[in-house]
Design a protein around this ligand. Structure first.
Ligand SMILES: Nc1ncnc2c1ncn2[C@@H]1O[C@H](COP(=O)(O)OP(=O)(O)OP(=O)(O)O)[C@@H](O)[C@H]1O
Ligand SMILES: N[C@@H](CCO)C(=O)O
Length: 316
């Protein structure tokens, strides 16, 4: 349950006054999510999500993310527009932690995406890439390919504990990725965590995207590769070529890929699997047994890495 911060009635009244809103009609914690404390809030002015930033999000980076949400909403993309406070800024604070308020977005995420959902997610991702063009702020991808060897360095023993021999396999993957990583693909703002839990649908159509706190500048096709891993694997670990083709077709209905981008998708997806394996591995080692939030399983991504290693991800 991701509500780490209690908000008293007095604190809530102070926060709402700071955002220029009237008294709460409803206010409750949201159990989903891992990183931050999220609350659903209703006032006479509408429904909102109040977020207390707890960890992993660096306070100095919040203006980039909140500025991006505003920019995307201004372009007509369905992301949650932040509410500006009476001081003109987007942040208030509680117990020294930053707090933002964004518009509530209708729609539901899906646990088991169908081929049709994959197509729609592709449409939404390409829409996001187009809407991000022209955003004036820059943020380097601190979890990009250049960071992976360093990320792994401190966790080789954790990998061995998961599966004997895994550290050497990952080292070989890292060398392969470093040698073949494409350097000159079209870039822009990427979401970088466009997983099924961060995408909302309404009546089967893409409706909105949330959780932009990994957004950064990188190759646009890398974002699509992240999605191929997150959306197109079956629970038995096999890669669903039909779902992937539908996702790519949905993407290309709004933003056609160049031949170089298309050719790079297998290596980008191999790298994208490495990125999520590594952060899950780091969290796995750092989470004490019995912690409030269960860390995500790194082995799910090791199984995806194995599929990429075997060259089984074919995108026609
Ligand atoms: N703008 C929004 N409109 C409607 N619901 C939202 C909105 N933002 C967040 N939510 C709800 O809150 C839940 C948690 O949000 P989110 O995934 O951003 O949490 P988190 O802890 O920051 O993320 P993570 O998934 O990285 O742990 C979502 O699953 C969704 O149900
Ligand atoms: N989507 C990430 C979690 C961070 O939001 C993962 O599945 O590892």
């Amino acid at each position: 349950m991701a509500v780490y911060t209690d908000i008293s009635d007095e604190d809530l009244a102070r926060l709402l006054a700071g955002f220029g809103l009237s008294e709460p009609l409803a206010f409750k914690g949201i159990a989903e999510g891992i990183q931050n404390s999220n609350f659903l809030l209703e006032t006479a002015e509408g429904r909102f999500i109040l977020t207390v930033y707890e960890r992993d999000v660096r306070a100095e980076e919040l203006p980039y993310f909140l500025g991006l949400l505003t920019w995307l909403a201004d372009q007509g993309f369905p992301s949650a527009r932040p509410v500006a406070g009476k001081d003109g800024g987007y942040l208030q604070s509680i117990d020294g932690k930053p707090v933002a308020l964004v518009e509530f977005l209708p729609g539901l995420s899906v646990r088991r995406p169908t081929v049709a959902h994959c197509r729609e997610a592709g449409v939404g991702l390409a829409w996001l890439h187009q809407a991000g063009l022209g955003y004036g702020e820059r943020r380097a991808n601190d979890l990009g390919q250049a960071s992976w060897a360093g990320l792994f360095a401190g966790h080789a023993a954790d990998a061995e504990a998961l599966k004997p021999g895994l550290a050497a396999t990952i080292e070989a993957d890292l060398a392969h990725l470093a040698a073949h990583w494409p350097g000159d693909l079209p870039g822009g703002v990427i979401h970088a965590d466009f997983f099924p839990d961060n995408v909302f649908f309404r009546e089967g159509r893409f409706a909105a995207a949330i959780d932009f706190y990994f957004a950064c500048d990188d190759a646009l096709a890398y974002d699509l590769a992240i999605c191929l891993n997150a959306w197109c694997f079956e629970s038995d670990g096999s890669f669903n070529v039909t779902a992937a083709a539908a996702m790519i077709a949905g993407y290309e209905s709004r933003r056609p890929l160049s031949p170089a981008e298309r050719a790079a998708l297998p290596i980008l997806a191999h790298g994208a699997a490495m990125r999520f394996f590594l952060t899950r591995l780091a969290d796995w080692g750092a989470t004490p047994a019995g912690a409030l939030v269960r860390p995500k399983d790194p082995m799910e991504y090791e199984r995806k890495l194995a599929v990429h290693r075997a060259g089984l991800v074919v995108v026609a």
